[in-house]
Design a protein around this ligand. Structure first.
Ligand SMILES: Cc1ncc(COP(=O)(O)O)c(C=O)c1O
Length: 482
């Protein structure tokens, strides 16, 4: 395939060059007009490249629909898929299209992104949760083990497994083995590869989910590969399921996707096809250099390699100096004008991509050295251990979808024992829900959440006055479904 071509990006530019008098949407009519500040910041070109896709025309050489299909075909070829789709609602949208057609049991790790849960809410599928195990030293969630997957596949037929590949921290499950195991059981494997779009461009990174045998994957091209925010790609190697995905997309996606965003995905693909390997090699070298230099600073710990298969995610901690990751993120922003990707109790994550330079790495390392020097060793004590005594998964009474459609009321958490949750309650970080809609509040869960709140650990979903959303009792709909 000729990867120098950019069918969509070229078609868009050609429409802009024609300087047509537009009596069509969008309302800005392809020029800034009264929007002076937008022109100053974005320039004229951004407007000219933003026609709606409804004016697609074969006769006049701006057949955006065909151009998009060709662009997606080139992406499929580059990423080793049978079919690909360009997405304008991020990996969130892609996971929704992937999961909406499910009708059977779907296995998901409990720490899955909320888009996996909401995808299942849109479907006829029924979720089966894999409890989360943690690395206790770093308090980070780990991908499910082969044994966990083996166990979950026993019994009733399972339609699919959805795995996060990699986790936010760069840890990957043994996906090749999992795919073999699942396929033997007639179960599809879908990968949430939101943070792994760059894997295709280096042998020093984990294999891609498609290489491991996944049926379909969704990647946030915007997160690790440089396209505009909200643009993602879905790649599939399962043509039967792909036709269902396309159907779901036609139901859920806007009928006016941004052609600029889709065109940018096309151009990003062209650049990656010719330079992706070199760009990624450089990013990995920068990340290695960053991790090495950080680990040489007294008081700084870097996440060990056995926990981190993706070197571009540099996770480090100043816990020996008594500084939480959350404090570190704040100090770097306040005193050094540096913003990190993520922080938790122990650690922070600096994401290194093809957009980084030696200067950005030098700045970060310099800032950490400076910060460590400012801290007086005599006065600092290591951080106390983080208690991760998370209770067992509570009884599951109703599926996510049925819980979503059932009327709710707000009550004090203390009075919730035996009631069915109407929302997710998620201590953050690490962002693993303790209870999800449709599950029953147990004494353990209530005590744990009260403790989290007592120590000021943010619990997403816990409302003012420590109240929670529960399903209304005497709700005919929910009773029928029990
Ligand atoms: C693991 C994971 N999956 C999916 C998503 C959703 O991706 P997007 O922002 O592209 O919709 C995210 C976003 O942070 C994520 O972390």
């Amino acid at each position: 395939m000729n990867h120098n071509k950019t069918p969509l990006w070229t078609a868009l530019q050609s429409y802009a060059k024609d300087e047509i008098t537009p009596f069509h949407t969008p309302g800005h009519k392809l020029k800034p007009g009264a929007f002076i500040s937008l022109e100053e910041v974005l320039g004229k070109a951004f407007f000219a490249l933003d026609p709606s896709d409804e004016i697609s025309s074969v006769e006049f050489n701006n057949d955006f629909e065909t151009a998009l299909k060709q662009a997606e075909g080139l992406a499929a070829n580059l990423f080793g898929a049978q079919d690909s789709l360009f997405l304008v609602n991020g990996t969130t949208g892609g996971l929704h299209y992937l999961l909406m057609p499910t009708t059977g049991y779907v296995i998901i790790p409990r720490f899955s992104h909320q888009a996996v849960y909401s995808g299942l809410m849109l479907s006829e599928g029924r979720e089966i949760y894999l409890p989360t195990s943690y690395d206790l030293e770093w308090a980070i969630p780990l991908p499910p083990s082969i044994e966990q997957i083996e166990e979950s596949l026993k019994g009733k037929a399972k339609q699919a497994i959805v795995l996060t590949h990699p986790t936010y921290y760069g840890t990957v499950p043994d996906l090749e083995k999992i795919c073999n195991l699942a396929h033997k059981n007639g179960t599809m494997v879908f990968a949430d590869e939101a943070h792994g779009g760059h894997f295709a461009f280096s042998k020093r990174l984990p294999q891609t989910a498609l290489e491991c045998g996944a049926d379909a994957v969704v990647q946030s091209t915007h997160k690790t590969l440089g396209s505009f925010t909200q643009t993602s790609m879905l790649h599939s190697s399962n043509s039967e399921w792909f036709s269902k995905i396309v159907q779901a997309k036609s139901v859920l996606q806007t009928t006016s996707p941004s052609l600029v965003f889709l065109g940018v995905l096309d151009e990003v693909r062209r650049v990656l096809a010719s330079k992706g390997v070199d760009l990624m090699e450089r990013a990995i070298e920068l990340a290695d250099c960053c991790a090495t230099q950080l680990s040489q600073i007294k008081g700084v710990e870097v996440l060990p390699k056995n926990l981190q298969s993706d070197p571009t995610k540099v996770v480090f901690s100043l816990r020996e100096l008594g500084i939480t990751g959350i404090e570190l993120e704040f100090l770097l922003r306040k005193d050094y004008n540096i913003q990190l990707e993520l922080s938790d109790y122990y650690s922070v994550l600096a994401l290194i991509t093809l957009g980084d330079t030696e200067e950005s790495i030098t700045r970060l390392v310099w800032a950490i050295r400076d910060l460590v020097q400012r801290i007086s060793y005599e006065n600092c004590r290591p951080l106390p251990k983080f208690k991760l005594n998370i209770p067992d998964l509570p009884p599951n009474i109703l599926g996510l979808k049925n819980a979503f459609y059932t009327d709710k009321e707000i009550i004090p958490l203390q009075k919730a024992k035996g009631r069915i949750s109407g929302s997710f309650l998620t201590p953050y970080p690490p962002g693993v829900p303790v209870i999800v809609p449709g599950e029953e509040f147990t004494s353990d869960i209530i005590e744990y959440l009260l403790w989290c709140s007592h120590i000021n650990w943010t619990v997403r979903g816990l409302m003012e006055g420590k109240s929670v959303s529960v399903l209304k009792e005497n709700n005919a709909f929910s009773r029928n479904l029990r």
